[in-house]
Ligand binder design. Sequence first.
Ligand code: UDP
Length: 236
Amino acid sequence: MARFKRILLKLSGESLMGKQGFGIDPERLSDYAQQIKEVAEMGVQIGIVIGGGNIFRGLSGSQKGFDRVKGDQMGMCATVINSLALSSALGAIGVKNKVLTAIRMEPIGEFYTKWKAIEAMEQGQVCIFSAGTGSPYFTTDTGSSLRGIEIEADVMLKGTRVDGIYTADPEKDPTATKFNDITYKEVLARGLKVMDLTAICMCQDNNLPIYVFNMDIVGNLKKVMAGEEIGTLVHN
Ligand code: UDP
């Protein structure tokens, strides 16, 4: 039995780079697709948001002279590229899925509505929500909170390259200890970098728990769904 019935899985674009310094590593992509397949086979309804940081980020673009709004639009297009890559990898292993876009761009993907998404998930299709919120000055973390709340997900699973939330950055501070669970209030009070503030506040206000875990270890997504405590739960 799966621990959650409907999930919103957030994957960072940066993780898609794998061992490469840029773009999409086919091996990492196929590992992700395989992990998603395992969970889909458990009967879990799955919505996914994938970032675009492996291709373009509006904020860093603006520091190099790009107009911020155009840069953010480039970033949103980057999330569409990653979403199509994931859709293709899922399709290749027989996982039915559809890409929904926050900005109209048929025939690349269908224009997102909550009801379209829920109907597809109830029919067993994985939904990939692309183009973030559709607006500049947001991130895909906020896009994930928004979609997670809208589709009434039981949890947002944030797949990262660390195995949870620590008192300090474990890559810099060897004394850092891991939380098994923590409240949103404490995350905010300690200034822990789980997601950006807008995303955290939306989850807090709308009572959407976040589970942070290491998605780069193959098999971990299934472990989370089977109830193994391998990450950190953020809750009210
Ligand atoms: N973005 C945006 N609005 C959104 C979501 C994303 O403008 O609702 C842009 C923004 O420029 C961001 C980029 O898309 O930097 C890529 O998303 P993000 O940085 O969240 O990707 P990740 O860090 O998860 O790879």
